[in-house]
Design a protein around this ligand. Structure first.
Ligand code: URP
Ligand code: ZN
Ligand code: ZN
Length: 478
């Protein structure tokens, strides 16, 4: 077994920071030591197989992105990142674990969906991975299979009040699934937008000739998100099921979650970097020489980017500070502008939904530390510790302590990262969703279970290193 010593850095956790050395034996952290300590009786640096100098840098637990969609079938095509390309790009950006979504749709079996996602990911990933289960069809068999998912290490599942005819379930189906989930220790994740009502507005916009990507945002107004969020909170309350609302974009939806939490309900909320930084006008409404008004197709995701005049972004940052929202995941689901997004030229409804962020979440959230939106400790909590606790991985993941997997990032607060397609892009699509964003920090070294994946701006990982994580129950449930 090889011994690695990370020396001279500031170890940052969700609760504080301390100058300390981190000793790794093989795949596992075995000690976090005072740099002056002679307790172990000898100069560790002289006996370690590898010494990483972290002087002046932060040493943090590897990022955990709990919401990705590698190679997801959507809108007649597939998300462009495979498990191989997406997890490699994640590693470049300091993310050492993803939780992706296996898919079951109406008429299909949950067991088959999960097996298929296992097949797609096995031997392909550069970093460790887990699965949530998408439940798109509720019947007696799928409810039985849902109850057994925790035995497979899948302790959370996602349902939809949006995308009629694809993933959407009716209120009765949602309630039935939540009842089973509540009884079996599963966390219900919900895409909360009123899909049928959105489809009416979208149809009216297209009939009026309003077909550009910008109108994707105009169709999916915040009222649709607030209504669905309120509804699923009420359903979860009746079902006695814990609830996690994914990709919250509207301040009114965040307020619904906050109100439920204030009443003591087991309700949690996640937002995404795009809802912290991007807007309807600037991005969905963007134009370019190459694409004209279709430039905005690069930013089509659901829920949509919101009107900056409505001041959702400020509210999202504030909600993260106050813990009204607890999580930031990417909802990574990128599509190429050419050939894939182009399916929706002349009709925004046909643009496959999703953006690509898995490589940049750790950096984008660090910029929130630089601009004073969140503290350094809250950064670590958001990018690693809370996802580990929320999704049953804490102890192995999400923390630097003896016994934990040696998933470690050395982050340089004096470094710089210019995000752009020709600069930092390792994802498998033909543009950068974050072109031109500047970060006052840099991911220097990334280790996954003791193995160096990134060092000196070079990739040293390999597909197949990443292992499936059998997850336990969310730590936030009683
Ligand atoms: O636009 C999005 N969010 N695409 C991915 C699928 C989903 O709803 O999470
Ligand atoms: Zn969704
Ligand atoms: Zn998603």
């Amino acid at each position: 077994m090889s011994i690695t010593l990370i020396k001279g850095g500031t170890v940052v956790s969700a609760t504080g920071r301390v100058l300390a050395d981190v000793l790794i034996d093989g795949e596992t952290i075995v000690a976090v030591l005072d740099p002056e300590s002679t307790l172990l009786g000898h100069d560790l640096a002289s006996t370690a197989d590898k010494v990483i100098d972290a002087t002046g840098k932060y040493v943090i637990p590897g990022g955990i992105d709990a919401h990705t969609h590698m190679q997801l079938p959507f809108g007649g095509t597939f998300a462009a990142d495979t498990f191989e390309t997406g997890t490699r790009a994640a590693a470049w950006g300091g993310t050492t674990t993803i939780v992706d979504f296996a898919v079951q749709t109406a008429g299909g079996r949950i067991e088959d969906g999960l097996a298929s996602w296992h097949e797609q990911a096995a031997g392909e990933c550069a970093i460790d991975y887990g699965f949530h289960q998408i439940v798109g069809g509720v019947d007696a068999d799928s409810l039985k299979a849902l109850a057994k998912l925790p035995d497979e290490g899948v302790t959370s599942y996602k349902m939809f009040t949006a995308y009629p005819g694809v993933f959407m379930s009716g209120d009765g189906e949602l309630l039935r699934a939540m009842q089973v989930a509540g009884e079996n220790g599963l966390l219900t994740m919900m895409h909360a937008e009123n899909g049928p009502a959105i489809d009416v507005i979208a149809e009216q916009l297209v009939a009026a000739g309003k077909t550009d990507p910008y109108y994707h945002g105009k169709a999916r107004v915040w009222q649709m998100e607030e209504e669905a969020t309120h509804r699923v909170i009420m359903l979860a309350d009746v079902a006695r099921a814990p609830l996690y609302v994914v990709h919250v974009s509207a301040k009114q939806a965040a307020a619904q979650i906050a109100a439920a939490r204030d009443e003591g309900k087991n309700v949690f909320g996640e937002t995404c970097p795009q809802y912290l930084y991007m807007s309807l006008e600037e991005h969905l409404g963007a134009t370019s020489e190459e694409w004209g008004a279709f430039e905005g197709a690069k930013y089509v995701c659901s829920p949509p980017l919101r009107d900056s005049g409505e001041r959702h972004q400020d509210h999202m940052w504030r909600s993260l500070r106050t813990n009204d929202l607890q999580m930031v995941s990417t909802d990574h689901c990128p599509f190429c502008q050419a050939d894939q997004n182009e399916l929706g030229r002349g009709d925004f409804r046909k643009i496959p939904n999703g953006m690509g962020t898995v490589e940049h979440r750790v950096n984008l959230m660090y910029q929130g530390v630089v601009t004073g939106e969140i503290s350094l400790e809250r950064w670590v909590e958001l990018i690693s510790t809370t996802p580990a606790r929320m999704f049953g991985m804490y102890g192995k993941k999400g923390v630097i302590q003896p016994g934990a997997d040696a998933d470690v990032v050395v982050y340089d607060p004096n470094g710089h990262t210019s995000i752009g397609y020709d600069k930092t892009h390792h994802m498998n699509f033909d543009h950068s969703s974050w072109e031109g964003f500047e970060i006052d920090g840099h991911v220097d070294v990334v280790l996954s279970r003791g193995r160096v994946l990134i060092e000196d701006d070079e990739y040293h990982g390999e597909k197949g290193h990443g292992q499936f994580i059998k997850r336990g129950q969310s730590q936030y449930l009683i």
